[in-house]
Design a protein around this ligand. Sequence first.
Ligand code: SAH
Length: 344
Amino acid sequence: MKTIYDYNYADLETLFLSLNQKKFRADQCFQWLYRKRVSSFQEMTDLSKDLIETLSSLYCINPCECVEKQVAKDGTTKYLFQLQDGALIETVLMHYEFGESLCVTSQVGCNMGCKFCASGLLKKQRDLTSGEMVAQIMYVQKELDQESKRISNLVIMGTGEPFDNYENVMSFCKTINHDKGLALGARHITISTCGLVPMIEKFSKEHVQYNLAISLHAPTDELRSKLMPINHAYPLHQLMDSLRRYSEENNRRLTFEYILLKGVNDSDENERQLANLIRGMNAYVNLIPYNQVDEHGYKTCDAKTALHFYDCLMKNKVKATLRAKHGDDIDAACGQLRAKHERG
Ligand code: SAH
């Protein structure tokens, strides 16, 4: 059954008009869903009985069931959800000083085939609907409501390539960002892409304030093509050109994600190449410790090398952050928990 979470505010108004309802009823319904966070249509007490019946016969609210929850020592929590067709997806909640950050999944599996990533171990089965993405945040937010906590940051960095599911991801962001709903500020929403250039071009023209993060992971075509097959389709000069255009048109700072892989992309030479690629752009590099994935054989770069890489970048006039590791003691890498389940 389709979830009502699939409808962003504008779509819900259109739906209600098609059901011969006034627009303001859609507004009421939206607020029941996202402000009061009800779990059934019956709780929407200012809607007529008939309307509640109609909605219940056409839609569900929550389209997923939590089948496993792992909590790491640092509080990082990983949820494994089962969707109505049996597909399994992961969502991760991380606690930071600045608040609660949720990492959501955008596809069942992924076709990008990055050589270090657990997600690609299972090919893409399908895109998630926008409602299935909304459901991930609503499930966790409802749990946090009991502790009077609020998700303050959303990153679309779970399994899947968000720009390979562009329309649904944009609709999802609209719902989460809407001021009558969760009202999560656009600048607190980050979309991460492996670099689908045509979609970056499209995103540039939307002039929305969501943050854009690029999974770079290598400073040369030779190395990047080895790690990320997408680089064959959209090599670095095309990617960087499209990002410069995005920056100019939107006046937004970009994030480059760079996983440090021991002996692969963490040398002094790699650092200089990276600095030369990025210097002068309105951007910073987020250096990410690698969560080892047994099947791939890449190793996490040691802390000393990571710090040295970071220092050199800063000296070379590229802003960088060195991200702390989260959820090390659980299957926190993208797709790890799910891959384990699917293999049994
Ligand atoms: N497809 C999108 C979003 C999902 S991946 C993208 O490529 O950006 C989110 C981020 O996690 C990416 O930067 C990805 O390269 C990184 N990642 C994947 N596997 C990882 C692992 N095992 N350890 C650390 N980061 C990983």
